[in-house]
Design a protein around this ligand. Structure first.
Ligand code: NAP
Length: 462
């Protein structure tokens, strides 16, 4: 029997709703705050007051790691979601409900039952500040969300029981969605698994769907990787291909199926922006492209993780002189990553006008591909697709590569491109497109589920 876990901000009703659900299911009820008090022999306000929040979080981590692995209803403290280790434990073989409420409701509830302050701010400001800070984490934690603002604990518990029995894919949407997938190019074995999730009487109505949205995207390694990660972390999800030339159609199906998330690939990374509710400000808005959408608590939020996949392998080369070859979609994320590392960047492209436009956006220099030999960069990043096909020309002549350079080819099929081979021969340090793929997938999984997968695990599963 799966565990039923409640997460959410203080005052959203986790304990009250959890106790009622425990009564209805006949499962034992456990509250992590109560377990911490029993384990330490001290009250939570005392731990906060005498030893501070970090000490409390340590005790919380211990309690969460020691929870029963099945057959229990668990209510958790409001901050558990921010710790990836906690999320790994809480999400395994469990269904996680995130309870929400509006700020007025939370303020009214907390005024009746004071809790230790988390900031020095007045109560209402503290609630607003902390909810904002934790929002992404609650979205990642949620298998399902329930708003408890305008409802009683009994009604919220009723909604939980309904979801547990029926899941969230309405019967009338199953058949049209099946037709959508049948027109795509999903391999037969994967189709068989998908059809089980979409059957009229699915073996498990709680299995959630997600996938990669693109056209074409049948070559994507996402389904294989994500489904392997779901098995590894005990997550009841299935990841598939949403391949269609029309983004409208993909999003219609994705919403009918109440997907938890989409990875977005060519040609939709820019096109998807007007369709989503929020776009993360720091990177995705600057880059102007979204490769990750998290659907949770009624909101679709767009992120860009591509730039993280470029930045991470180059982090020790801050301030270097860099050339970025290409000025397309992947180049925008790369330009953001390189400038974030304070590199002196020149963008070279077959169509120089596009290099100029991108350079102006990111504060870089620009030129034509033939300008390469005048620059003598420390770092070369290839974001053109040259190298994917056997008869492709090299994006830069091998004579211009020399020891001391770092050459990063974003192309990942084949895993070792002619550019990488030539760079190795010339004595350069090389980074393959697989490194970018691993970095962006790791961050994507964190945004979807709040779990921090080691890069090595992703490499092993690819
Ligand atoms: P894109 O938006 O189509 O941009 C392609 C860029 O390459 C454009 O600047 C284009 O120049 C240039 N280009 C195309 N063909 C060329 C040729 N024959 N000679 C010279 N320049 C050429 O594509 P993208 O989405 O940026 O993807 C680019 C590459 O990055 C792909 O190989 C993709 O697989 C790879 N990628 C890897 C990862 C990863 O995780 N490793 C993630 C994303 C993308 P013009 O402006 O002149 O057309």
């Amino acid at each position: 029997m799966k565990r039923i876990v409640f997460c959410g901000f203080r005052g959203t009703g986790k304990t009250d709703v959890g106790k009622i659900v425990a009564g209805k299911t006949g499962l034992p009820f456990l509250d992590t705050d109560t377990l911490i008090e029993q384990q330490t022999g001290r009250s939570i306000p005392d731990i906060f007051h005498e030893d501070g929040e970090e000490r409390f979080r340590e005790e919380e981590r211990k309690v969460i790691a020691g929870l029963p692995k099945s057959g229990a209803v668990i209510s958790t403290g409001g901050g558990v979601v921010t710790d990836p280790e906690n999320m790994e434990h809480l999400r395994r073989d469990s269904v996680v409900f995130v309870l929400n409420a509006d700020i007025d409701t939370i303020e009214a509830r907390l005024s009746r039952k004071p809790r230790p302050p988390l900031t020095g701010l007045p109560l209402r400001e503290e609630i607003a500040e902390m909810m904002d800070r934790r929002r992404q984490h609650y979205h990642a934690a949620a298998d399902f969300c329930i708003d408890t603002s305008e409802t009683t604990p009994e009604a919220a518990a009723g909604a939980v029981m309904d979801l547990l029995a029926k899941g969230t894919i309405p019967g009338q949407h199953r058949a049209p969605c099946i037709s959508f997938f049948k027109t795509g190019r999903i391999p037969p074995k994967c189709m068989e698994l998908l059809m089980k999730v979409l059957a009229d009487n699915p073996p498990d109505p709680l299995t959630r769907l997600m996938g990669v949205a693109g056209y074409p995207c049948a070559h994507s390694r996402g389904p294989r990787l994500f489904n392997a990660l779901f098995g590894h972390y005990g997550l009841d999800y299935h990841y598939t291909w949403f391949e269609d030339p029309e983004l409208d159609e993909i999003l219609r199906v994705a919403r009918h199926l109440d997907v938890k998330g989409l990875s977005v690939t060519i040609p939709f990374k820019q096109e998807i922006i007007p369709f989503i509710d929020e776009v993360e400000e720091h990177a995705a808005q600057q880059i102007g492209a979204v490769n990750t959408v998290v659907f949770a608590c009624g909101t679709a939020t767009g992120y860009n993780t591509d730039w993280i996949g470029v930045r991470k392998p180059l982090v020790d080369l801050k301030g270097s002189k860099a050339v970025l070859l290409g000025a397309g979609g992947a180049a925008a994320g790369a330009a953001f990553a390189l400038t974030d590392l304070d590199m002196d960047v020149t963008i070279l492209n077959r169509t120089p006008a596009k290099a100029k436009a991108m350079a102006e956006r990111f504060g870089c220099r620009w030129g034509e591909l033939s300008d390469f030999d005048t620059i003598r960069p420390d770092v070369v990043v290839n974001s053109t697709p040259l190298g994917m096909k056997p008869d492709d020309l090299m994006p830069v002549s091998p004579d211009l590569l020399h020891a001391g350079m770092t050459v990063f080819d974003l192309v990942y099929t084949p895993p070792v491109t002619p550019l990488i081979e030539a760079a190795r021969k010339a004595g350069c340090t090389t980074i393959t497109g697989t490194e970018m793929f691993i970095g962006q997938a790791k961050e994507q999984f964190y945004l979807f589920f709040g779990i921090d997968v080691p890069g090595e695990k992703i490499r092993e599963l690819l």
